[in-house]
Design a protein around this ligand. Sequence first.
Ligand code: ZN
Length: 119
Amino acid sequence: MATINEALEKLEKSRFRSSFKLSKKDIEYIRDKGMDVVRSHARDFVAKKLAPAFPENDGKQTPMHGHPAFKAMHACGCCCRGCLNKWFKVSAGKPLTHLQQEKIVNLLVAWMERQMSKI
Ligand SMILES: [Zn+2]
């Protein structure tokens, strides 16, 4: 994976990926809970939805809304193993390492922070 800024810049050039934005509700949720709590949720989502070698429902496991981290996962190309492979050359059929999971979580948090700073 490239650096976080490089990854975010690349994602911004995709019309589809850059169409995802935090809603007012998402922003209020992050302000209310704090980014540390949201980060721990993101970590759980990545561990459950992306980390297994063959995630359940792969391709459809990430809702489009309901939590700001879900938006971040779509915006960052981290919604399923197919997108992870396409965007970050993460090979399918192998569990994600702890380091890979943390890199994804850092990217998701950086995207959310960027969105928050645009308000
Ligand atoms: Zn996907």
